[in-house]
Design a protein around this ligand. Structure first.
Ligand code: ADP
Length: 585
């Protein structure tokens, strides 16, 4: 059946109407193209493009239906829209799809089967058709004539326009050029719609991401603030506002003022430090976990923040200067309070332990002396007796008392380490400088270590002529004792321990070299931390509380020296420290 729709108010008229007046024809064609061009430009979505196309084609031809096959995007291989001019029979539609599939395989299109197309097909009926009964089929089932025109944008085929009619020879080839122009308009309009849709989807995604990020930032327990390129705060999350609300400085009111200027105006020390952190980040550095005491200095534990800051770079700008800084603030006041309580507890307990310890040691020594006297007397009596010698009960008691004594000494060392820890914590590790020979102190410690370490051979290697030094003799001895004790303890198979003394440019270096279990390099940064102990299969069996090296470092550094080690796991370690011959002012 042929279309009954009249071509009303057609913008196009046959050239004959102008009696061969070429110029008039051309002008008319231009006006016509202009009219339909405007329709395509105004089309906002693909359905409006379809309407504009249908209207333009209706001006040229009488046809049953047109279709637009588009190359798909993102997982959708094809998009087929069929736009009928009047209700069509299912057979006619099927025949259309067959033809479209065949034509598509000829032009530059990924191969597509009629079945695949049938699934993807979308029937876009004009409004007046959409109101009709969808099952009503008016048209016939045969295709008389059809026309396929590639849809191109900038020489790229994006799809295909097809026209179908029941009549044979329905499509006048003379109008082909004009139809191709219309197809080009439609192609550009469809591509624009596609770009707009993609852009809208991207905006939606970006907006969603922005809102999600905003939610994360606002619900963060950490404070977060962002500055501009001049170091002025531009935004803060709720946690940051709450943190700063506890200070006397109102950061919110002074938003456009760079922090370093704000620091000068407010004269708050912490603000100076904070401005410095932000400035570092603005220079491109990342600052991590800087402690900032924000609260009043009079408080027992003032509000303390741990601040990390990183530069913000705009990748689209070639310049290397950051466009701002993002800083994260962690309130660590509670940790500081706990730490303080722990330190106080350790300090009090170790002081309290010293009194009973002194008593235990004193009475044990008193008992040892008494037992030794009794034993001497018992031996003298036995000497005179003719009976066979038996072991007096006092000798068992004496052995037990020696154990009590050595355990009390061990406990005393632990308590002393704990007391030293408190002294270091409170900055009260006072050094008493005297002049002495470093070699003598080393020799004394080597002798005493050798006495209790039978498996080891402890050697002293003095590579100096004169070893005079002005330092705290007791404390230096404590460092040597600790390192030597470790060298013996952590070499369970025995072996050699070498204590070496060298001097260069008035700086002494004491090295203790052992053949023990060694320390893996991963512990390098931690081994001098308080209470830090290497926890692996090799070291687990040795007792200790991880304070020896911590205190040793404090003593060495208090003298202006340096302590360190090198080690091969399983082969041994070398612990060394340096001391200046005389204290530097
Ligand atoms: P402690 O020996 O009481 O645990 P230290 O502070 O003296 O505490 O030592 C810290 C840790 O360093 C030890 O637990 C041990 O794992 C390791 N260490 C120290 N000296 C040696 C050594 N000579 N050889 C192997 N490991 C050592």
């Amino acid at each position: 059946m042929q279309s009954q729709t009249p071509i009303t108010e057609s913008a196009y008229r046959s050239p004959e109407e102008y009696n061969g007046d070429r110029l008039a024809v051309l002008r008319r064609e231009m006006e016509y193209l202009n009219t339909i061009g405007k329709r395509f430009v105004a089309a906002f979505d693909r359905f409006q493009v379809h309407r504009a196309l249908l209207a333009a084609l209706q001006d040229l031809y009488s046809f049953s239906a047109c279709s637009i096959l588009l190359k798909g995007e993102r997982g959708e291989p094809f998009e087929l829209s069929i736009i009928p001019r009047y209700p069509l029979s299912v057979l006619f539609l099927q025949a259309m799809i067959q033809r479209i599939a065949r034509a598509a395989s000829i032009i530059d299109f990924p191969s597509v089967t009629p079945e695949e197309l049938a699934v993807a097909a979308y029937l876009d009926a004009p409004d007046e058709l959409a109101l009709l009964d969808p099952n009503a089929s008016v048209g016939g089932s045969e295709i008389g004539d059809f026309l396929n025109i590639p849809l191109t944008v900038e020489n790229r085929i994006i799809g295909m326009l097809s026209l179908f009619d029941e009549r044979e020879g329905a499509f006048d080839t003379e109008l082909l050029q004009l139809t191709t122009m219309i197809a080009d308009y439609a192609a550009v309009a469809l591509e624009n719609v596609r770009l707009r849709e993609r852009e809208t989807a991207l905006w939606r995604d970006a907006e969603l991401e922005r809102r999600r990020l905003e939610l994360v930032i606002s619900s963060m327990a950490e404070g977060l603030l962002i500055t501009n390129a001049h170091g002025a705060i531009t935004s803060m999350n709720r946690s940051a506002q709450q943190l700063f609300a506890q200070t006397e400085v109102d950061l919110k009111l002074e938003q456009e003022l760079p922090l370093r200027k704000l620091a000068t105006v407010n004269q708050a020390d912490w603000l100076q430090e904070f401005a410095w952190i932000i400035d570092q980040a603005l220079l491109g550095q990342t600052v991590t976990n800087q402690e900032l005491i924000v609260g009043e200095s009079g408080e027992t534990v003032p509000l303390t923040l741990s601040v990390s800051a990183a530069p913000l770079h705009d990748k689209s700008l070639s310049q290397a200067r950051p466009i701002g800084v993002v800083a994260v603030l962690n309130d660590i006041t509670t940790n500081k309070q706990i730490e303080k309580l722990k330190d106080e507890f350790v300090s009090v307990v170790s002081h309290e332990l010293r009194t009973p310890l002194t008593a235990i040691k004193g009475y044990a020594q008193h008992l040892v002396r008494r037992l030794e006297r009794r034993l001497r007397e018992a031996r003298n009596t036995q000497h005179k007796s003719v009976l066979p010698a038996t072991e007096p009960p006092e000798s068992y008691d004496l052995r037990s008392l020696h154990i009590v004594q050595s355990q009390a000494e061990h406990l005393e060392r632990l308590v002393n380490d704990l007391l030293d820890l408190s002294r270091v914590q409170w900055g009260q590790l006072h050094l008493h400088y005297t002049l002495f020979h470093l070699a003598d102190v080393l020799a004394a410690h080597v002798r005493s270590a050798q006495a209790s370490a039978e498996q080891h051979s402890i050697q002293l290697d003095l590579q100096v002529q004169n070893s005079t030094i002005v330092a705290d003799e007791l404390r230096v001895g404590q460092v040597i004792g600790n390192i030597l004790d470790n060298a013996v303890r952590y070499s369970p198979q025995g072996g050699q321990v070498l204590v070496r003394l060298q001097e260069q440019a008035d700086i002494y270096t004491v090295s203790v070299i052992d053949e023990g279990i060694g320390v893996s390099s991963e512990y390098l940064d931690h081994i001098f931390e308080r209470f830090y102990r290497v926890r692996n299969a090799a070291s687990r069996q040795y007792s200790g509380i991880g304070l020896g090296l911590y205190v040793a470092r404090a003593i060495v550094e208090g003298h202006g020296g340096h302590i360190g080690f090198s080690s091969n796991q399983g082969l041994g370690s070398t612990f060394y420290f340096t001391l200046p011959r005389e204290p530097r002012s």
